[in-house]
Design a protein around this ligand. Structure first.
Ligand SMILES: [Zn+2]
Length: 370
């Protein structure tokens, strides 16, 4: 039981590190990409397939599970691990990000956020206490503080107000948390695209001595260069002996640069979303499998990929499935895409353990200050 984070290797030229995060449901070897199972399912994939991708920890969304089926059902089923038959680590977000995206439907106050359910129009209030109570009922290994995520672009004053409120809400989250022994509460650094506000927020946050820290409020429409700048300013402030999680980021370059800055965990809906649109991630590129060029291409998607899709099927078959809108096509591409992003982070880990990270990943880090 309990949580700990051990560093296994650090890069001599960057801030990158390889670690092991221990949770009540097993270990997460970092750096690691975490696929997103919004409604307690990684869309299209059975848990046994998700495990085969090498994903050790997955995400589920508090907001979606609160609306459907409701945390009471999940709790009565024995918690999220039991309900969705995923026995490995799970992280739930706080619902804040989704609620703040509903700009038409919400009202924010110091108490929390009130919004109309997009499903049936009923009024729902999400507060720090409520978010934590829902996450306690869902039972994930890692739960997230309820934060205010300002939009991009936003005025500096607006970002300062949101960041300060996030700190006040964190105190309420800590007070409300009923299961600290088997659920690690991570705090979230906000601060928009202002590095000085990020640094200040990170310094405030670490005083709470939490079991892990996240960099949130990125990937909200800002250019990637600003994400790099935010991550470089923030990650080194966070304690080296705790896991660091960059929320909502899952592109090759952004992950490599964040790892070089000392980030350990990532999540993104992109691999399954792209899969459902007939797009594959192959060797750092996006391929649209609908294209005619694959019609008679009998090679696997990626001959170096160990996934069930690449081991058994050709690009021509995938092209056919996608054009015929067959379910299996979207499933196979989702399986490959999740495997590909997890493998990318696993390769970074291997390079870190061998001391060759900055040269092995130079193509993703070059032209960037490390
Ligand atoms: Zn594959």
């Amino acid at each position: 039981m309990g949580f700990s984070f051990q560093l296994k290797a650090t890069c001599p030229t960057t801030q990158a590190r390889a670690g092991v995060f221990h949770t009540p449901h097993g270990v997460v070897e970092t750096p690691r990409f975490m696929p997103v199972g919004t409604a307690a399912t990684i869309k299209g994939l059975m848990p046994v397939q998700v495990a085969e991708t090498g994903a050790q920890m997955i995400l589920a969304n508090t907001y979606h599970l609160h609306i459907q089926p409701g945390e009471k059902v999940v709790e009565a089923a024995g918690g999220l691990h039991q309900f969705m038959a995923w026995r490995s680590p799970i992280l739930t977000d706080s619902g804040g990000f989704q609620v703040f995206s509903l700009s038409e439907l919400r009202k924010i106050s110091e108490q929390g956020v009130t919004f109309r359910s997009p499903r049936d129009g009923r009024l729902i209030e999400l507060t720090p206490e409520r978010s934590i109570a829902i996450q306690n009922a869902l039972g994930a290994d890692v739960i997230m503080a309820f934060d205010e995520c300002p939009p991009y672009p936003a005025e500096r004053g607006e970002v300062i107000a949101a960041t300060e409120r996030t700190t006040r809400w964190l105190e309420r989250c800590i007070q409300a948390h009923q299961r600290p022994q088997d659920q690690a509460l991570f705090g979230i650094v906000q601060g928009g695209v202002f590095p000085d506000l990020r640094i200040e927020a990170a310094k405030t946050l670490i005083q709470f001595d939490l079991p892990g820290y996240a960099i949130g409020g990125v990937s909200v429409g800002e250019p990637p260069e600003l994400i790099h700048e935010i991550v470089r300013a923030t990650a080194p402030i966070l304690p080296p002996d705790k896991p660091r999680y960059l929320m909502g980021v899952g592109t090759y370059r952004e992950m490599a640069i964040a790892v070089a800055a000392g980030v350990d965990l990532f999540d993104c809906v992109i691999p399954t979303r792209l899969g459902r649109h007939g797009t594959a991630y192959v060797k750092g590129e996006r391929w649209n499998l609908k294209n005619a060029q694959y019609r008679e291409d009998f090679r696997p998607l990626d001959e170096t990929c160990p996934c069930y899709c690449c081991q058994n099927f050709s690009r021509a078959y995938l092209n056919h499935l996608i054009k015929a809108r067959e379910m299996l096509g979207f499933i196979l591409l989702s399986l490959h895409n999740v495997t590909e992003l997890v493998r990318f982070t696993q390769r970074m880990r291997e390079s870190l353990l061998q001391g060759t990270f900055s040269t092995d990943f130079a193509q993703w880090l070059e032209a960037e200050k490390i």
